[in-house]
Ligand binder design. Structure first.
Ligand code: URA
Length: 157
């Protein structure tokens, strides 16, 4: 249901496990996970230093987007995880995490780059690593890096 340091100051929230995550029982260990690891390294951090969780805890069939009722049920669990970890800031990776945490229909493009809040905890939405892996979305990598720098300075300065 999560990976990383329970005392982490920074928490990442993704969508849900894919095939690799399902096999290993850990979030973000497949291709998207490798990119997330690189993003964390680029921030000068270690994966073991942050906390990583997903909105839904079971792999949706064929990796489909979680259904609203699945997000609702697993979201309760996610909210409790956040309350236990009490991070200084949250990074919502992609639209599903943004929707689950902010209850908004706005897309990532509109939300990213500006601070949002989850029950008083500053929250930054950015692109999901799977989105950033697609060759035609390479421009978004620059924007994602801007978002990560904001998080980094807020959390660690
Ligand atoms: N994508 C996610 O959103 N979460 C994972 O754990 C892996 C891929």
């Amino acid at each position: 249901f999560a990976d990383g340091d329970p005392n982490a100051r920074l928490m990442f929230v993704g969508e849900g496990p894919g095939a690799d995550e399902d096999m290993q029982g850990l979030p973000f260990v497949g291709k998207a996970g490798q990119l997330l690891n690189n993003m964390i390294t680029a921030m000068g951090l270690k994966r073991e230093q942050v906390y990583i969780a997903n909105v839904v805890k079971c792999r949706p069939p064929e990796n489909r987007t979680p259904l609203p009722e699945e997000m609702e049920i697993c979201g309760q669990y996610l909210f409790r995880q956040i309350m236990v970890i009490k991070p200084k800031a949250i990074c919502a990776l992609g639209g599903t995490a943004a929707k689950a945490l902010l209850g908004t229909k706005e897309g990532v493009t509109k939300l990213r780059g500006n601070w949002q809040s989850w029950h008083g905890i500053p929250l930054m939405v950015t692109y999901h690593p799977s989105y950033l892996l697609r060759p035609y979305n390479q421009n978004a990598k620059h924007e994602a890096w801007e978002d990560l720098k904001k998080l980094l300075h807020f959390v660690y300065d």
